[in-house]
Design a protein around this ligand. Sequence first.
Ligand SMILES: Cc1cc2nc3c(=O)[nH]c(=O)nc-3n(C[C@H](O)[C@H](O)[C@H](O)COP(=O)(O)OP(=O)(O)OC[C@H]3O[C@@H](n4cnc5c(N)ncnc54)[C@H](O)[C@@H]3O)c2cc1C
Ligand code: SF4
Length: 295
Amino acid sequence: MVQLLQEYVRRPDRLVSLAGLLDNRIEVGRQGLRIGAAATMAEVAADPGVVEQFPVISEALLESASPQVRNQATMGGNLLQRTRCPFFRDVGYAACNRRAPGSGCSAIGGENRWHAVFGTSENCIAAHASDVAVALVALDAAVELRGAGGQRSVPLTDFYRLPGADPHIETVLEPGEVITAIAVPATAAARRSHYLKVRDRASFEFALVSAAVALDMDGMHIRQARVGLGGVGTKPWRVPQVEKALSGASLDPAVLRRAAAFAAEGAQGFGHNDFKIELMQRVIVRAIETVGARA
Ligand SMILES: Cc1cc2nc3c(=O)[nH]c(=O)nc-3n(C[C@H](O)[C@H](O)[C@H](O)COP(=O)(O)OP(=O)(O)OC[C@H]3O[C@@H](n4cnc5c(N)ncnc54)[C@H](O)[C@@H]3O)c2cc1C
Ligand code: SF4
């Protein structure tokens, strides 16, 4: 939010601080993990229960931003951060449907190396920016919301909206509603999970492509796989067709490559970002091999 204010992307009349109002507890139990929305990224990344039972969450956070940002930023704020599309963040570009509805899109037909290949519309192709959201989607996490109408729980995959005709409406959050917590169910796969992020420089940089993988293993075979992708979708992207192809598969590299190739189904490049379609397949394979090697 501070960056958006500094760059005149947001010009609110009034800002309401949530500091001190929301829960910041991190609880790991038999049912799973519950993270209060006010917990900082650094606190969650370092929590021993998270590190041991949900390593993909800790790794995704440690691969995000910088220590200074992680010490300050909350989990709720991270899930609600805005896209890093450079045209959205530079008011010098008049055309951006997400910033100024109806103004057009500077990325379609323009410079679009950072943009999405899944979930795009003719109005917006901006990639979702949060790393930890990719890990949480892979683990079937839900967000707990509270507003004047009461409380509700929404699976994180359904929390984010595709851009469609209204890219400026990014989530199903109602006016006045806040995220109070994130709930992650306990699964066999969560313990054997990993986040791999490919980016232009080694730190303080957003993902070109990332993969969150979680494997339930039967010896050297995959019983069930969960695969989330970052940097490629207009929201954190799950690839069920890859997960299905991995079910019962061995860790043989050729088998993994064949399964990862299913990720290309439905992907659409826009020129400069075509490379992401090949890169995401390689990232999936490498992430699975890393989890396999830890066995
Ligand atoms: C230089 C830089 C590099 C970064 N790199 C990465 C990266 O590599 N990966 C990554 O994932 N992130 C990255 N980030 C994003 C960073 O993690 C987010 O800026 C941060 O998580 C925002 O958290 P915050 O608590 O400051 O949220 P704020 O900026 O305070 O809030 C963000 C938005 O969420 C709303 N909000 C906050 N909490 C709640 C809540 N509980 N309920 C409802 N609405 C809420 C606010 O009103 C606001 O609209 C980077 C940020 C910077 C500045
Ligand atoms: S991709 Fe989306 S955020 Fe980027 S310029 Fe186009 S409309 Fe704006």
